[in-house]
Ligand binder design. Structure first.
Ligand SMILES: Cc1cc2nc3c(=O)[nH]c(=O)nc-3n(C[C@H](O)[C@H](O)[C@H](O)COP(=O)(O)OP(=O)(O)OC[C@H]3O[C@@H](n4cnc5c(N)ncnc54)[C@H](O)[C@@H]3O)c2cc1C
Length: 406
């Protein structure tokens, strides 16, 4: 923590100006259309690929930033443009984070670049963890991976639900229990890469959502999906060791899946900050222009104090995610669950700020002709995915107390 600084260097600022420009001129103007269409915004992804923003090189460059701040800050800018489109652009990055967190260096080199493809051959990636009985409770996962030593292959069976890019992705990263003893819970789980066009993987139901509607979310059905042994992230020896450890101690919190989430929480928190900032800026401008009783409403404390609180909570959320991102990068153990604190506070701040913004706009805030109601709908996802607010509170409560709070 000693070298944590909020001062951004010229390289970081240059990248952020470039991303902001894309968010302002390409993403924001398209947001309403893709929210209404409820479809993956392919033209925006193609444009992002053309300028190099949707690419492995760009994400690798962000991940390589020694301060750890660049990637979450990029997330904030894109979500400021529109969170649904941002998730369509960043969904593949969730898969990359899973591969980086759980894969060997050889697997990272082989698969991470393929998560994005290239201009003219764009690829999408999906991270498939949730199941009907395994949302926050990862121990309830029922998707099974069975090993056949003779052919060195794994066969996956199960159904994943609520998967971003599910079924339309080229690469699916699937969390499954690789151990017949399902009571081992997360200790027996691993990630498997399902390469493009593998037989047996199909899209199930596509979800019709309240918000984040430019991002595709669907079930993924796996029926006898067979993948080579090299598709087990981390390799079989490492998995066998983890299973042996899990048999000795019941360590309900350590697995490939939980490791992937700890690393992505600051970036998800940053997306929530992007939504909140968009709503706050819009409400501030509106309050300066809208007059009632002959005076702009910003001159009323009832309105101005709301904006003061909105801005304060947004800045506090950003500080929390920057601290967590810096700690992930410096390898400082997240013993006090700083990633969870950032995700919890930023998600709830986005919901609260966007609701205040609706109030400041009055009836216009309730109209689909204005973007504020969309920001509110989008914000709600941030108290649910990547760990619900309740899950974050459990992680924090356990970390600060040392007690297995239930
Ligand atoms: C837009 C969107 C995109 C998503 N994308 C992905 C994706 O790409 N990949 C993926 O794998 N998943 C994805 N998800 C799924 C998401 O991660 C889950 O919805 C989330 O984990 C919550 O699980 P659940 O919906 O089953 O809630 P439930 O488990 O049914 O929980 C219901 C409520 O009970 C609370 N609760 C549950 N257990 C406890 C407890 N022990 N203590 C206190 N409260 C508790 C929860 O916090 C919640 O409020 C996505 C979800 C959304 C909305």
């Amino acid at each position: 923590m000693s070298d944590f600084s909020m001062e951004l260097n010229e390289d970081q600022l240059q990248v952020l100006r470039w991303v902001h420009d894309f968010a302002e001129n390409v993403v924001r103007p398209a947001a309403h259309e893709w929210d209404e269409r409820e479809e993956t915004p392919w033209p925006i992804i193609e444009e992002a690929a053309r300028i190099g923003l949707y690419s492995f090189d760009f994400v690798a460059n962000c991940f390589a930033d020694p301060t750890g701040l660049l990637f979450p800050l990029v997330n904030e800018e894109l979500a400021w443009g529109d969170a649904g489109i941002a998730l369509a652009l960043l969904g593949s990055t969730l898969g990359v984070a899973g591969i980086v967190a759980a894969g060997t260096p050889e697997q990272v080199a082989e698969w991470a670049p393929r998560c994005f493809g290239h201009v003219g051959g764009i690829q999408l990636t999906a991270l498939c963890v949730s199941e009907v009985d395994a949302g926050p409770d990862l121990g309830g996962m029922r998707t099974r991976a069975e090993y056949d030593a003779a052919s060195d292959t794994w066969t996956l069976n199960g159904t994943k639900t609520w998967v971003t890019n599910g079924g339309i992705a080229d690469i699916h990263l699937v969390a499954a229990s690789a151990e017949s003893d399902l009571d081992l819970g997360v200790g027996g789980q691993a990630f498997f890469i399902v390469p493009p066009k593998t037989p047996g993987l199909a899209m199930g139901r596509k979800f019709q959502k309240m918000g984040m509607r430019a991002s595709h979310t669907a079930e993924v059905v796996l029926h006898d999906v067979t993948v080579p042994g090299r598709c087990l992230l981390g390799g079989k020896d490492r998995l066998d060791e983890r299973i042996a450890r899990a048999r000795e101690v019941t360590d309900g919190n350590s697995s490939a899946t939980t490791a992937a989430f700890e690393a992505t929480r600051p970036a998800v928190a940053a997306q929530a900050v992007g939504i909140a900032r968009a709503a706050y800026e819009y409400a501030l401008d509106y309050a300066k222009q809208r007059k009632t009783f002959g005076r702009p409403i910003i001159e009323r404390q009832a309105v101005a104090f709301k904006l003061a609180d909105m801005r304060t909570r947004i800045d506090a959320s950003r500080l929390l995610y920057m601290r967590a991102a810096s700690m992930v990068m410096s390898g400082t153990a997240l013993t006090a669950a700083e990633g969870s604190m950032a995700k919890l506070f930023a998600g709830e701040t986005a919901v609260w700020v966007s609701e205040q913004a609706i109030q400041i706009l009055g009836a216009c805030g309730y109209s689909r002709e204005y973007p504020v109601e969309r920001w509110h709908r989008d914000s709600k996802a941030y108290t649910i995915f990547e760990g619900t607010s309740e899950t974050q509170r459990l992680v924090i409560a356990r970390a600060i107390s040392g007690v297995d709070v239930q």
